[in-house]
Write a protein that binds this ligand. Structure first.
Ligand code: ZN
Length: 181
């Protein structure tokens, strides 16, 4: 097949969709197992799309070109492809001891140019007459986790995910065929 033919618009074939579906399921499982960041995951998707697109032209493989045409290149599109669009959940870090909520950025500080975890500042009895009862919780909020590449990064011991009822209802009502339920 000519290169010009390859670059023409392609029809979405159900078997192609299944192949990409399988690939994305594996990649999401891999991301979850090895705690790969969303940025690294997106970079890999973009690389796959460009690399396989280049190979399809270089080798003259129209089927591979059709696959790369439907292959998503962003995390949002990948989730949408699998039927799981952006969930819009806001994630909070939870203190493992007193369960106070923090945003992730509130839990980090730099010591000697190294990013480390802060401790919990919650005081259960701020007006108590005894000084020992006015002490903060002081629990460490983030754990130092080792990645598969040997580097360390901070991850919460516990997280709390929140989405407003209004947004949840909007997503539910916008689902296809909702009126038939
Ligand atoms: Zn605490």
């Amino acid at each position: 097949m000519e290169e010009n033919d390859i670059s023409k618009a392609v029809e979405i074939n159900s078997s192609h969709v299944k192949v990409i579906h399988l690939l994305l399921l594996f990649l999401f499982m891999w991301q979850s197992l090895y705690r790969i960041s969303n940025a690294a995951f997106t970079l890999l998707l973009t690389f796959f799309k460009r690399f396989f697109s280049l190979m399809s032209v270089y080798l003259g493989l129209s089927t591979l070109h059709q696959l790369t045409e439907i292959m998503p290149s962003t995390l949002y599109r990948a989730k949408k492809f699998l039927g799981h669009p952006e969930d819009n959940f806001k994630t909070y870090v939870v203190c493992p001891s007193c369960h106070k909520l923090y945003t992730f950025s509130e839990c980090c500080k730099y010591e000697n140019r190294k990013k480390v975890s802060k401790t919990c500042t919650f005081v259960r009895y701020p007006s108590h007459s005894q000084a020992r009862m006015r002490k903060p919780c002081s629990e460490i909020l983030l754990n130092q986790a080792k990645t598969s590449s040997g580097t360390f990064h901070l991850v919460p011991f516990k997280v709390y995910c929140y989405k407003s009822v209004v947004v949840s209802l909007e997503q539910l009502l916008n689902k296809p065929n909702m009126h038939t339920l």
